[in-house]
Write a protein of this length. Structure first.
Length: 551
């Protein structure tokens, strides 16, 4: 609905002779006495227009020209806000767009012709997925869904960390357990992976090869077998949450030379060195970030000869630019918070437009059962596994709980709440609203011969009570919430919005008789119910949760 006001405000500014590149912000006042929408544009432009904010606001109001029957009153408030009061019939008539557009309601083509890549999950294939990784997976999947509603051509990518020291440790861990299967006495290192899954992989190798591998120190087979089994497990877990990827980018390819050319990692070193940003001391190779004003340089190649995470990450992002992506979204865990700024700085130095890269950092997750916090450690083998959580609370609750808090906030996953079949459970509350409408439609078909295929929304202007207006007004906010959620990379906004829609529908359902109303009002209220159901479905599709028709 915010988009309705923009052309009229822009026209008023043009008439006033004011040119600006500042964004015209349209907000909903928290108190309805200040109108349905408000803008602070006069306050923002007062200085450059050399006018008192209230005087400028009054001038703009005089230059605003809305179509008849849309805005009933425009007024100046506070230090220079302009408040708009909408005609209630206009609100109800506008809500019919939900029924006309159906699944397309809220969608635009603003991203048409642009390629976007969303990288998410990207867990090392060293063990089963933990709950912490699950949060980033759901966040990334929802962001990809949001981008698709705006017409972007989206690639969902998993950066497959199949190189580096952690893979060496994985291979050694499996070999140690394999040697135990062969009857050897082994002192298993505390630094290695100790979960039962390591023994299971070793058992697979022992069944297939007997003890013939015991005489070799070669780790390739141990690494490849473990990597294949673990990654297959990771993909199956993700599929349970309806999380899929279009492409898997293998980290090891960044270490390999190509057709006589240096590896991509080496090309990054060479390019940064040509720009004067490589230093070599203490046996290591450094990114000279002190030249950028930082206190310390950052290591790219350790004294052991192994790259730090920064080097392949820079090289990986170079490939994204080479592949022609217009927007690159990276969903990282909190452990990347110190690393990614250096990656962006390196990209800028190498001549790439780092503004095309957007970072979504999601904070850590803890789980509570009976008020007790469950501790996690993949290395020690006592991790809180994502599969176990899905088994316990289901895929829908798992997905929604992961994103019902802002990504920047630590998430405490309350297992007991997620299992409740009551309004206290956000998942149940949302899905119950959808199921309630489906039940209403079935009753209306049976009792009064209602035909939902004939619903056009033409009867909506007959509705005028406060619960009806509030509900229709909320539906019209859906396109704006998609835009806000995408701009902030924050699907939580969509969860909060859908909760408001469900809450207002339950209030409407209680206070406005539907099947017992007169025929014309009954038809209009059924149409409003169908519009709510459509918005819920569209929102559920973005969040990746199901829309049950009965509960």
């Amino acid at each position: 609905m915010r988009a309705f006001f923009l052309p009229y405000i822009e026209a008023a500014l043009q008439k006033a002779g004011i040119e600006t590149d500042k964004e015209i912000q349209i907000e909903k006042p928290t108190d309805k006495k200040f109108g349905d929408f408000s803008t602070n544009i006069a306050f923002l432009l007062a200085k450059e227009a050399k006018r008192n904010p209230r005087e400028l606001a009054s001038q703009l109001i005089g230059l605003l020209s809305f179509p008849e029957g849309t805005v009933t009153k425009t007024e100046v408030a506070g230090p220079g806000f302009i408040n708009f009061h909408l005609d209630q019939v206009f609100v109800m008539r506008s809500a019919s767009a939900v029924l006309r557009q159906g699944e397309a309601f809220g969608c635009t083509e603003s991203g048409k012709g642009q390629k976007a890549i969303v990288e998410y999950v990207s867990a090392n294939p060293t063990g089963p997925l933990t709950i912490g990784r699950g949060r980033g997976g759901v966040l990334g999947d929802c962001i990809a869904n949001l981008l698709e509603t705006q017409g972007y051509e989206v690639t969902r990518e998993y950066y497959f960390n199949d190189a580096g020291r952690q893979m060496q440790i994985l291979a050694e861990s499996v070999r140690f357990r394999y040697l135990e299967k062969c009857g050897r006495e082994i002192e298993f290192p505390t630094t290695h992976y100790q979960g039962d899954y390591i023994s299971d992989i070793a058992e697979t190798l022992f069944i297939e090869h007997g003890d013939e591998l015991a005489a070799t120190d070669e780790l390739t087979l141990f690494k490849e077998t473990a990597e294949g089994i673990i990654f297959s497990s990771i993909r199956k877990t993700l599929e349970r949450l309806s999380i899929t990827h279009d492409k898997f980018f293998n980290e090891h390819t960044l270490y390999q030379s190509r057709e006589g050319e240096p590896s991509r990692n080496q090309q990054v070193i060479d390019a940064l060195e040509a720009k004067g940003f490589i230093g070599r001391y203490d046996g290591a190779t450094w990114f000279m970030t002190t030249k950028l004003g930082q206190e310390k340089d950052k290591v790219l190649i350790k004294s052991s000869g192994d790259p730090s995470y920064r080097l392949p990450d820079i090289a990986y992002h170079v490939t994204k630019f080479e592949r022609g992506f217009d927007l690159m979204v990276n969903v990282f865990g909190a452990d990347h918070i110190d690393e990614y700024p250096d990656v962006l700085e390196a990209l800028k130095i190498l001549g790439y437009d780092a503004s095309k890269v957007k970072i979504a950092i999601n904070q850590f997750v803890t789980t509570t059962v009976g008020g007790q916090t469950v501790k996690m450690s993949t290395r020690k083998g006592n991790a809180d596994l994502l599969d176990d959580l899905i088994d316990d609370v289901g895929a829908d609750a798992t997905r929604l709980f992961f994103i019902m808090r802002g990504k920047d906030s630590h998430l405490n996953f309350d297992v007991e709440l997620a299992k409740k079949q009551s309004k206290d459970n956000p998942v149940f509350y949302l899905q119950y609203a959808h199921a309630r409408i489906c039940s209403l439609v079935r009753m209306a078909e049976k009792e009064v011969g209602f035909d939902e295929t004939a619903a056009t929304g033409e009867g909506l202007p007959l509705l005028s009570s406060e619960p009806e207006i509030d509900l229709a007004s909320a539906l019209l906010d859906f396109p704006d919430l998609i835009q806000a959620s995408l701009r902030l990379l924050e699907p939580q906004k969509m969860v909060e919005y859908l909760h408001t829609v469900a809450e207002r529908y339950h209030k409407f359902y209680q206070e406005c008789p539907i099947l017992k109303a007169d025929e014309s009002i009954r038809a209009a209220r059924m149409e409003l119910s169908l519009a709510v159901r459509q918005v819920l479905r569209n929102g559920f599709r973005i969040l990746g949760i199901s829309a049950p028709e009965s509960m």
